[in-house]
Ligand binder design. Structure first.
Ligand SMILES: C[S@@+](CC[C@H](N)C(=O)[O-])C[C@H]1O[C@@H](n2cnc3c(N)ncnc32)[C@H](O)[C@@H]1O
Length: 315
């Protein structure tokens, strides 16, 4: 039986298009539109939702098996290659179940064959909201200090290199890469946390594929994540990733998923990483949100905690 990630979108709500995006803005800052902050606030409610209020599509407990089925085939080997001195960062980890699975013996068989490693890599889970379970706390207490850590209360973009350090493997399964309004800022940060020759594995659902052969999954809807040039022409996420300097990128469309997904492996091959800017021009809250970005030469920045609206506060 084929196991699929549950990747439901919220029903379409208010369509928000911020200013005419056919003309490039003079700065890459998103326009301060009330509707934009309304969507941002709705999105913050999703992050903070608990119990029955959690939208059906907001899945926070994917297993490591789900990760390995969804992500590029090389992911399993990358994880299996990690030694005790290596580090794995899971961005947008939800409950951190994939990391918990990594710590258990049953996954040694799945990932490494018969030979379990003596000691595993240390792993950090990052989430905006604290979704740690009793199982997380028990497992963390039974392991060496800092073998697994869970950071919350900030977005990935707000961490410094001093706080997080560098990682040989980074994953993001329906986490920040699918949810952020500041895709290029996020990617610049994530690649800064990746060590040389390390790999970042991630995924997007319902996106214009590398070869441009697919159509949006939902009738009369756009793709979930779109990038456009100033003249309105489309740029695939894969092409944008491949335009980043100092990375090698593979993109693989998985058309049989519902909705289809495209999975990315991004290998850092030198340190002079430069990420072409993406200014947010459309954002509609959801699981994940619907986003459109304008490819821009202007610098794009994300608001820090002090600039965020009160409703968006993550604490
Ligand atoms: C739908 S859950 C996915 C959880 C997990 N990866 C899984 O598959 O079960 C989305 C996660 O991404 C996190 N997230 C969204 N944007 C983020 C950002 N900019 N930085 C860090 N985490 C973020 C949320 O807080 C949440 O933990």
């Amino acid at each position: 039986m084929m196991i699929r990630l549950k990747m439901t979108r919220l029903s379409a709500g208010l369509l928000l298009v911020l200013q005419a995006f056919w003309v490039g803005p003079s700065t890459a800052e998103p326009p301060a539109a009330p509707a934009f902050s309304e969507q941002v606030s709705k999105q913050a409610d999703i992050y903070q939702s608990r119990g029955v209020a959690v939208p059906e599509g907001y899945v926070v407990d994917r297993s490591l098996l789900s990760y390995s089925i969804a992500l590029s085939p090389e992911f399993k080997q990358s994880l299996a290659n990690l030694g005790p001195d290596d580090r794995w960062l899971d961005i947008g980890a939800g409950e951190g179940r994939a990391i918990l699975d990594y710590c258990t013996a049953k996954y040694d068989a799945m990932l490494k064959g018969a030979e379990p490693s003596e000691k595993k890599a240390s792993a950090i889970a990052i989430s905006i909201e604290d979704r740690r379970t009793a199982q997380w706390h028990q497992t963390a207490a039974s392991l060496d200090p800092n073998q697994i850590q869970y950071f919350f209360g900030k977005r990935l973009q707000e961490y410094s290199l001093e706080e997080l350090g560098r990682f040989r493997v980074i994953t993001d399964v329906m986490g920040a890469f699918s949810y952020t309004r500041y895709l290029s800022v996020f990617m610049e940060k994530a690649l800064g946390f990746l060590q040389l020759n390390g790999n970042l594995y991630t995924v997007l659902q319902d996106v214009h594929s590398e070869h441009g052969t697919n159509r949006p999954f939902y009738p009369n809807a756009s793709f979930l994540t779109e990038i456009v040039n100033a003249d309105g022409s489309k740029v695939s996420v894969c092409a944008w990733l491949k335009s980043i300097s100092c990375v090698e990128v593979t993109c693989e469309l998985k058309p049989s998923w519902s909705p289809p997904i495209e999975v990315y492996r991004i290998r850092k091959v030198c340190n002079d990483v430069r990420v072409p800017g993406l200014a947010p021009i459309h954002f509609e809250a959801g699981t994940p949100p619907e986003r459109r970005f304008l490819l821009t030469k202007s610098p794009v920045s994300a608001p820090g905690p002090a600039q965020r609206t009160r409703t968006e506060s993550v604490r």
